[in-house]
Design a protein. Structure first.
Length: 300
């Protein structure tokens, strides 16, 4: 009995350490994404500056060239970003399964890792979308946000340029709104706006920077890979009676996670679920909740 309690204590300690590593992986991925999107935004901004004429304005005749460069840069961003995510999914799955390295053979852990990664890549959520669909949506949204803003700025800038010429030809001053539209098409201003939209400034669609949507997908799938691998190994470990739904220490707002963590639906204790099929984790995307194996009374 003491041996069982000791084993349970070791696995609980390893679980908490793995969850902390999982969270660190998510935090680091957010910074890496910011760097990746920042580099793409910098390349786009530099091309915009090169496309500007002597008056530092991107003229209508250069619009399609700029947009073609935006699309090409976003394709390079997509390849780099998706490669980062797939590597992180594999790494996070290993973290989840390795909690049971002392309880299961290496061949079993390898199979668990492989199964968890495959599950994450093919999983279809309640909205009918798979991971590939979400990544495609990230690409579409980034292209739409940047294309819409650049087109608007350049076309308005062209109209403002003509209006300015007309006003000055008549010896009149330039209205503030015309000057503002003209300045919005300047290479430096347009490039800075693009960088803001890519890396943090709110856009009109989601109220966040373009990179925020990618961060959300990354953290969701990193956590999913970790939990699936953890449970895949847990339910092959002798003596396991279920997994307990645990709230993150950073959980502040009451939501469905609280219900799952406190419900005793199977007579195993609050938040304990007897198998993967009946465990409701994860309750929602971007969650920091996790699951912890339980051996029943012997680990108390």
């Amino acid at each position: 009995m003491a041996a069982n309690r000791d084993r349970a204590a070791l696995i609980r300690a390893a679980t908490l350490a793995a969850v902390e590593q999982r969270n660190q992986l998510g935090d680091q991925s957010a910074q890496d994404l910011l760097d990746t999107y920042g580099e793409a935004a910098k390349a786009i901004a530099e091309h915009i500056q090169r496309a500007a004429g002597q008056d530092d304005r991107v003229g209508l005749e250069r619009l399609q060239n700029v947009l073609a460069h935006v699309r090409a840069e976003l394709r390079r961003l997509q390849e780099r970003r998706d490669g980062q995510l797939y590597r992180l999914i594999e790494q996070s799955a290993r973290l989840g399964a390795d909690v049971f390295a002392g309880a299961l053979p290496e061949s079993t852990l390898f199979a668990v890792n492989h199964s968890a990664v495959a599950f994450v890549r093919s999983f279809t959520a309640a909205d009918g979308l798979q991971l590939s669909d979400r990544l495609w949506r990230l690409n579409r949204n980034a292209a739409q946000v940047l294309t819409d803003h650049i087109q608007f700025a350049v076309i308005n800038g062209e109209s403002a340029h003509q209006a300015m010429l007309h006003s000055m030809g008549r010896g009149e001053g330039v209205p503030a709104d015309i000057a503002s539209a003209y300045n919005g098409a300047r290479g430096g201003n347009l490039g800075r706006r693009v960088r803001s939209l890519m890396t943090g400034e709110a856009d009109p669609v989601n109220g966040k920077g373009v990179v925020y949507q990618a961060e959300r997908v990354f953290r969701t799938e990193i956590n999913r890979a970790h939990g699936e691998a953890y449970m895949g190994a847990a339910f092959q470990t002798d003596g396991v009676v279920g997994v307990r739904f645990r709230l993150s220490p950073n959980h502040r707002v009451h939501d469905v996670c609280d219900n799952h963590a406190h419900a005793d639906l199977y007579g195993l204790g609050p938040g304990v679920y007897p198998d993967r099929a009946r465990c409701p984790w994860p309750a929602h995307p971007n969650t920091l909740s996790y699951v912890e194996v339980t051996f029943g009374m012997q680990d108390e």
